[in-house]
Write a protein that binds this ligand. Structure first.
Ligand code: COA
Length: 318
């Protein structure tokens, strides 16, 4: 449990393992100041090793998710004070490198304005869910810079070439629905159900084996820029790492997942994770889909043998 207090960030840790990290400068539309970046890096470092946090959700207080870099404190004042700027710039990598390879699943819950530099942490979170009403804009072109940091790169990696060029060069605003349509977020929902939908997604992720989930998200990230040979080697090594991490908690996802499906008929991988995937402790008594199937089959037999014959012949013997 995180006990530190911050000035620009609020941390709301729920008992179920979902931790909300709330950008908390609503009066400045959650613009990112140097202090904000330093605090965010610290919060993410702490939560990455916090046993009570299984999924991290990033969101904003008030009407904004984040209005991007703080034009006054990060840019103008930072230009006058290179050491402050250097510290802020290093800490601002919470949005890119840190999130990109974070050990736990992260979800950007885009509740309102998502502007300029805020695209970085929207894109680098593993998942993003927006309110239909959220407003996105690459506003840089309107106030005099190109989308810097890593924004241009992230946007051109994530959107189609046409959309990246269009939104970067016009600065035009678009809403959450459009963000989903162009692949900037996974989906958009009405603001009033945004939190409920995000919690639903977080819970789904928390049912998985966390080591398998970690390896999978790293694999999707890392192989993007690899050739076939390198990707093959990376994935083999990553698979071995999952086994090693699971062994540290006396577990083996791979063998257990196969056993519960093939031998025990206890679940179907297409519809759910195996039992005990999250904790690494499968229950001693597993439910059986085979029994359910057998029961369903015998119920059909009972109803057709003991009751009146129901057939297309109207019950008459043919
Ligand atoms: N940097 C610094 N301050 C910012 C800011 C930013 N990125 N975004 C908003 N603020 C400040 C405003 O200056 C204002 O401060 P004040 O109360 O001291 O005057 C306060 O936050 C509220 O902003 P306001 O413009 O009055 O709110 P709004 O709800 O009417 O509009 C926006 C919200 C986001 C549309 C508008 O603030 C805006 O265009 N911000 C610039 C965002 C931007 O271009 N960011 C790119 C950075 S890379």
């Amino acid at each position: 449990m995180l006990t530190k207090k911050y000035t620009c960030v609020k941390v709301d840790q729920r008992k179920d393992g979902i931790t909300f990290v709330i950008f908390n400068r609503p009066e400045k539309r959650n613009a990112m100041s140097p202090t904000f970046h330093i605090e965010m890096m610290d919060v993410l470092n702490e939560l990455e090793i916090d046993p009570d946090t299984k999924v991290v959700v990033l969101t904003g207080a008030g009407t904004a998710y984040s209005a991007g870099q703080d034009l006054k404190e990060y840019f103008r004042e930072g230009d006058k004070n290179p050491s402050v700027r250097a510290a802020a710039s290093a800490a601002s990598r919470w949005r890119s490198d840190k999130l990109w390879l974070y050990s736990k699943p992260t979800i950007a819950m885009v509740n309102g304005y998502c502007i300029g530099g805020a695209f970085t942490h929207c894109i680098c979170s593993d998942f993003a869910v927006a309110a239909n009403e959220a407003i996105f804009s690459l506003s840089e072109v309107n106030w005099g810079i190109l989308p810097g940091g890593m924004v241009s790169k992230m946007v051109s990696d994530t959107l189609s070439a046409r959309n990246a060029m269009f939104y970067a060069c016009t600065g035009r605003t678009f809403n959450g629905k459009k963000a989903a349509e162009i692949g900037l977020v996974n989906y958009a929902v009405p603001l009033k159900s945004l939190k409920k939908e995000v919690v639903k997604l977080a819970r789904e992720l928390m049912e998985k084996n966390p080591n398998v989930l970690r390896g999978t998200k790293h694999a999707i990230r890392a192989t993007q820029n690899m050739d076939w040979m390198a990707a093959g080697d990376y994935l083999a090594a990553k698979g071995a790492e999952i086994k090693q991490r699971d062994a540290a908690r006396n577990h083996d996802a791979y063998s257990e997942g196969i056993r519960q499906f093939i031998d025990e008929k206890a679940y179907k991988p297409v519809f759910s994770p195996y039992h005990g995937a999250a904790s690494g402790k499968p229950p001693a008594k597993l439910p059986s889909t085979r029994k359910k199937k057998a029961a369903a089959a015998s119920a059909v037999t009972r109803s057709t043998s003991s009751g009146p014959a129901r057939s297309s012949s109207g019950g008459k013997k043919v």
